[in-house]
Design a protein around this ligand. Structure first.
Ligand SMILES: [Zn+2]
Length: 297
């Protein structure tokens, strides 16, 4: 049986959470500082963000570790604290999830370095970068691994291999960003991602980020059409597109827009639904209400 399905139980779709970075910025994280810094210096703010999503109805909390690989942490002088950054993040999410019966997804974003031939990283080096992050997340107590916002199938393969290497019993979810004419930046189509990543051992495959709900629904339909037996599908759309409002960006999809979108994803047969950039606890609460999941645990 699919390892993630076994963890999730029968109710579908399962509600994920939304963006973390903007919540931390709203709590005072300074421009130019990575959100991961607060896994060290302001754990209360990270915990408050998880709590807001849990209260909104999220059943899976995503660790604050999108930029938790060594190359990304090195950009901010935090590379030597990689284990602490990732372990703390998992523990903070765990502290909110425990007692509420929620799951914790250990979040991995792109490594921050391109693989050959566009860049220099070999598959083995890429796998090693993901593996050291997963080790620390597992020490902190994650329930599953979520690799997200990828563009390159080779990088996804390396992340899957890393998770299998250091956490063979944990379910693995891989989502890619189909933000370039319904393909990833590297030209991968949704159906090809589903076929490839299912064969590579992912328990769930999906799409995140991107260009808003409308395109996400086209992508979701293509994923459903390619779904092999037993694979779960995931969609976490941005809350529309960013618009300049005064001195900052605001995403143009309202909570109601995202709720209607989530209902259409559920009708398509998507198993796990959440949000990405611009999605707040308010958006997630509206989705929970639309899916009839307010209070479902
Ligand atoms: Zn995003």
């Amino acid at each position: 049986m699919n390892r993630l399905a076994a963890l999730l139980g029968d109710h579908r779709p399962v509600l994920l959470d939304g963006a973390m970075g903007t919540l931390l910025q709203d709590s005072g994280l300074e421009d130019g500082h990575p959100g991961e810094l607060w896994n060290l210096e302001n754990q209360d703010a990270v915990r408050a963000a998880h709590t807001a999503y849990a209260d909104a109805g999220s059943r899976v909390l995503t660790t604050n570790t999108f930029g938790g690989t060594r190359p990304r942490l090195d950009m901010h002088g935090l590379g030597d604290r990689l284990a602490e950054v990732n372990r703390n993040a998992a523990r903070i999410a765990r502290s909110v999830a425990d007692g509420r019966g929620l799951l914790v997804a250990g979040d991995l974003g792109p490594t921050g370095e391109l693989m050959a031939p566009l860049g220099t990283l070999t598959p083995e080096e890429t796998q090693a970068l993901f593996a050291e992050q997963v080790v620390a997340l597992v020490e902190g107590g994650i329930d599953l691994v979520l690799v997200e916002t990828l563009s390159d199938l080779a990088e996804a393969d390396a992340a899957l291999a890393a998770a299998r290497e250091v956490a063979p019993d944990l379910p693995i979810v891989v989502t890619m960003s189909f933000d370039t004419n319904l393909r990833t930046m590297m030209g991968v189509r949704p159906g090809d991602a589903v076929t490839h990543l299912a064969a590579a051992g992912a328990d769930a495959v999906g799409a995140n980020c991107g260009r808003g709900p409308e395109e996400m629904e086209v992508i979701a339909a293509e994923m459903v059409a390619a779904r092999p037996d037993g694979l779960l599908l995931v969609a976490q759309s941005n809350a529309g597109l960013p618009q300049v409002v005064g001195d900052h960006f605001e995403y143009d999809a309202s909570a109601e827009d995202m709720a209607a979108h989530a209902t259409r994803l559920a009708d398509l047969g998507i198993d796990l639904v959440g949000g990405c950039c611009g999605s707040t606890p308010g958006h997630v609460a509206a989705i929970a209400a639309a899916l009839g999941q307010a209070g479902v645990r």
